[in-house]
Design a protein around this ligand. Structure first.
Ligand code: PHE
Length: 339
């Protein structure tokens, strides 16, 4: 076989492929590379020898030799680069695993409670209304049957902004705003933040949240108030929850009541949450006072209504078993992450 013949090239190809097939570690790969593809390797030498080939065969042989070199180099690189990735990939890392989850935010516990209460009233046909947190004296007190020198104003220590403007002390002023622009029948709930100038402690804070309710129509009676709040309590706390209605006083309702629900933890048997009484105070309520209707131009001979105010913090403290109201406002992630 002449050193310039196509058969010679074929033989080198066979030998090279056989050797490449038996390469099974890095050292063997490197040996192969030097032997065939290195500067003094077989394939380079082959190309160098082209010049010695008789002229009539030179062109064909040169092309064949070059092609052989390229093919062997490609096959080797394929194998070699696989080896390389085997070496550099950290096998403890699985690139097909899903990524790390982003830390997701969540609703504040007070908003969870507000939403739960809201959804129950929405399902009963109530709609949601909002009012401003900076109110006027008129909406916060006067229109709610609490005239300037009424002693009930001493019940609430108020943050005044100006002589006539203040931070609302309850959500009841939103009742007035709703009745001013809407004619009966009215079924509204009015959640929001309220402010009182109280000394800050584990039990009270300078701001908190209420959810006001208002139902005005013809023939609305105290039985409707009782039925609505009983239905709410049974859906929010427990389907067998009992409620207790105690007489109370608010200037804007007559009669006025406070409603206790049976303690959902001890089912009325007495525990530390309900201070052994079996009952929890959760809301103030009553029949809308005729003077309130008068201030918004609703005929109290034709219409009657009931209103209620639920303290959201109070329910959240009870429901989550939290013993310090200040935790709700400090935005400590260790606290918030638990909800
Ligand atoms: N506004 C009253 C309070 O803040 C609660 C209330 C609302 C009472 C509606 C009766 C009717 O304590």
């Amino acid at each position: 076989m002449s050193s310039g013949s196509p058969e010679y090239l074929e033989q080198i190809r066979k030998e090279a492929e056989a050797e490449l097939a038996s390469v099974n570690d890095e050292t063997a790969a490197e040996n192969f590379r030097v032997r065939y593809l290195g500067k003094k390797g077989i394939l380079r030498e082959l190309l160098k020898s082209v010049k010695d080939i008789p002229e009539d065969q030179r062109k064909q042989f040169g092309a064949g030799a070059n092609e052989l070199r390229i093919q062997i180099e490609e096959k080797f690189n394929l194998l070699h680069s696989q080896k390389e990735s085997d070496v550099t990939v950290d096998s403890s890392f699985d690139p097909t695993l899903p990524g790390f989850p982003f830390a997701a935010g969540s609703l504040h516990p007070l908003m969870n409670i507000r939403n739960e209460i809201r959804d129950i009233f929405l399902s009963m046909g109530f709609t949601v209304a909002y009012g401003p947190e900076v109110e006027t004296d008129y909406y916060n007190f006067e229109a709610l049957n609490t005239p300037p020198h009424h002693p009930a104003r001493d019940m609430q220590d108020t943050f005044y902004v100006t002589a006539k403007e203040l931070l609302r002390t309850h959500t009841s002023p939103v009742q007035i705003r709703v009745m001013e622009y809407q004619k009966p029948p009215i079924r509204s709930i009015m959640p929001g933040r309220v402010y009182r100038n109280e000394e800050i402690s584990a039990r009270s804070y300078c701001l908190f949240h209420q959810l006001e309710g208002l139902y005005v129509d013809e023939n609305v009676s105290f039985a409707d108030l009782k039925g609505t709040l009983l239905a709410f309590s049974r859906r929010f706390f427990d389907e067998k929850t009992k409620i207790k209605i105690r007489p109370s006083f608010f200037p804007f309702t007559e009669p006025s009541v406070e409603i206790d629900v049976e303690c959902f933890l001890c089912k009325g048997n007495g525990c530390s949450i309900c201070k052994q009484s079996g009952w929890l105070e959760v809301l103030g309520a009553g029949m809308v006072h005729p003077n309130v209707f008068k201030s918004v131009g609703i005929d109290s001979e034709k219409y009657t209504g009931f209103a209620f105010g639920i303290g959201i913090e109070r329910i959240a403290l009870l429901k989550y078993g939290i013993d310090d109201i200040r935790l709700f406002y400090e935005n400590d992630m260790r606290f918030l992450k638990q909800f």
